[in-house]
Design a protein around this ligand. Structure first.
Ligand code: ADP
Ligand code: MG
Length: 512
């Protein structure tokens, strides 16, 4: 008879049910693992053998077959060690026969019999709960598993021996407690920035409506500094978002000590990042920066320095909110709904917009066009707010620090976000929580301007040759401006300000 131990295989952040079946029959001494295992799973045998011996259990001199079912689901990772070892222990009578019934098991083994942390414990715990099972996971991952709900039975042993003692009743383990990450020091504050009132206003609007933002300005203007202060004015993750974001971090192995954080992610990949690093994939399917930024901010500093193909790979997630990675024999998707914030110099010399500056390589306009051409039109098209950040003047720098900082801005952002949440929840659009993610048809309705505003946008559409997407983008930003003012109706002044954030990036698109 074979023993069965439930475990999981990960497809994206979904934990699919997998059964580890262990059969021990008389025959030549042999230990095989079948059922589409990858290399790490195949190596499980050696770790399981070593860990059992270290725990004082010799493998029987018989034929041991481990089958991972269903066989057509690819099995990756090292978390099959523990279910295999427990299956063998149950089969040789080292664990009571019914001990494992009702538990989903995952964990990696060290050769000394201790159980080491694995990725993906949070989604596994949630999946176990929904299947009416408890969870056995490594001690280090226990606090993470405890987040899946108070009624989930979680066992988080340090070693095989501790687990065996628990089942014998000689050393009963306590349920782990959910842990929250202690914030790593205060976040940089907006009050550090002198002058740049326009850019700070744009940053607040981006935070309030979840809009993508592109900052264009000479080196040293404070663009990187501004972007780094966006997290300090964003609202914390809601409980629902917290779980979604943490599931991705769990699968990526980015949760430290199983602790969850309600801070929005802020990811800042370097411009040398590969496509696999940015959108995910590679040898072991892993979430990329775009997915790790889910629910938060993806900051691309020096945007034109990224490889154009790498940048274009972001278009799909920006459209659909998820990344799809094709693997050899299957596909995985990861959520990737992020807010894009990008910074760039206007040209390679960096100074083309400075009055009186002449670019080294020909006319300023050409220098800027060449540099800007590295960013594709469709990507630019997805950026609602484009601003110019001028060099900060000496007069601004010697001023005292501004009295208003991130706290005041964050309060205004939170109020505007509440209005948006309520508005879209009332319309039955749970996927849209901000004006930036609201569908175009709905934004036409919720941002329909008053008569004065309608006249302005009609005139602007003609004189600025607004495209359909440009029109919707203006409405989205105007809606956020009205929300920041706490007004139900979008007015002329909101539209006028929204039109001012269209930036010069639109001009080539309109001419094309
Ligand atoms: N508005 C500002 N107020 C105070 N310091 C500033 C400001 N702008 C720039 N700085 C200083 O200049 C440095 C460079 O700014 P940075 O954000 O890296 O510029 P950029 O990314 O635009 O090239 C900052 O670390 C900061 O010390
Ligand atoms: Mg910079």
């Amino acid at each position: 008879m074979a023993t069965r131990v439930p475990t999981v295989a990960f497809e994206g952040i979904e934990a699919r049910a997998v059964d580890v079946q262990v059969q021990i029959i008389p025959g030549a001494v042999h230990f095989t693992v079948v059922g589409l295992p990858d290399k790490a799973v195949a190596e499980s045998r050696e770790r399981v053998r070593g860990a059992l011996i270290a725990s004082g259990l010799a493998l029987p001199a018989k034929r041991i077959t481990v089958n991972l079912a269903p066989a057509d689901l690819p099995k990756e990772g090292s978390h099959y060690d523990l279910p295999i070892a427990l299956g063998v222990m149950a089969a040789i009578g080292a664990l009571p026969g019914d001990a494992l019934a009702g538990y989903c098991v995952l964990g990696e083994l060290a050769l000394d019999g201790s159980i080491t942390a694995v990725n993906g414990v949070l989604p596994a715990a949630i999946a176990a709960g929904s299947r009416g099972l408890g969870l056995i996971c490594p001690a280090a991952s226990g606090p993470e598993a405890a987040w899946a709900g108070g009624d989930l039975d979680v066992l988080a042993p340090r070693s095989l021996i501790q687990l065996a003692n628990h089942f014998k009743g000689s050393q009963v383990m306590a349920r782990p407690e959910p842990a929250i990450a202690t914030p790593g020091g205060p976040m940089p504050d907006l009050s550090d920035i002198k002058g740049q009132e326009g850019a700070k206003r744009a940053l607040e609007i981006a935070a309030a409506g979840g809009h993508n933002l592109l900052m264009n300005g000479p080196p040293g203007a404070g663009k990187s500094m501004l972007a780094a202060r966006l997290p300090s004015i964003l609202p914390p993750l809601s409980p629902r978002e917290l779980l979604d974001v943490s599931m991705i971090q769990s699968v990526a192995g980015a949760l430290r000590e199983g602790r969850l954080s309600d801070r929005r992610p802020f990811r800042q990949p370097h411009h040398s990042a590969s496509m696999a690093a940015l959108v995910g994939g590679g040898i072991n399917a892993r979430p990329g920066e775009a997915s790790l930024a889910h629910g938060g901010v993806l900051f691309l500093d020096e945007l034109p320095e990224f490889t154009p193909q790498v940048l274009d790979s972001l278009r799909q997630p920006m459209e659909t909110g998820e990344v799809m990675i094709a693997r050899a024999n299957h596909r995985v998707t990861y959520p990737a709904r992020f807010q894009l914030v990008a910074a760039m110099n206007p040209c390679r010399c960096g100074q083309a917009l400075e009055p009186g500056y002449a670019c080294r390589r020909g006319p300023n306009e050409r220098c800027m066009a060449q540099y800007g051409a590295r960013i594709s039109g469709p990507l630019l098209d997805r950026i609602d707010l484009r601003i110019e950040v001028p060099a900060v003047t000496a007069a601004d720098l010697i001023l005292p620090s501004p009295v208003e900082g991130s706290r005041e801005a964050a309060a205004r952002v939170a109020a505007a976000r509440r209005l948006q949440n309520d508005r879209y929840a009332a319309r039955g659009l749970p996927a849209a929580t901000t004006n930036a993610t609201c569908p175009a048809t709905v934004i036409e309705e919720v941002a329909s301007p008053d008569a004065d505003g309608a006249a302005l946008i009609r005139a602007a559409a003609e004189s600025m040759r607004l495209s359909a997407r440009g029109f919707h983008r203006t409405l989205r930003v105007a809606r956020t401006l009205a929300d920041l003012d706490g007004e139900a109706r979008v007015r002329r002044l909101h539209l006028a300000e929204a039109l001012s954030y269209r930036g010069r990036g639109d001009k080539p698109a309109a001419a094309a």
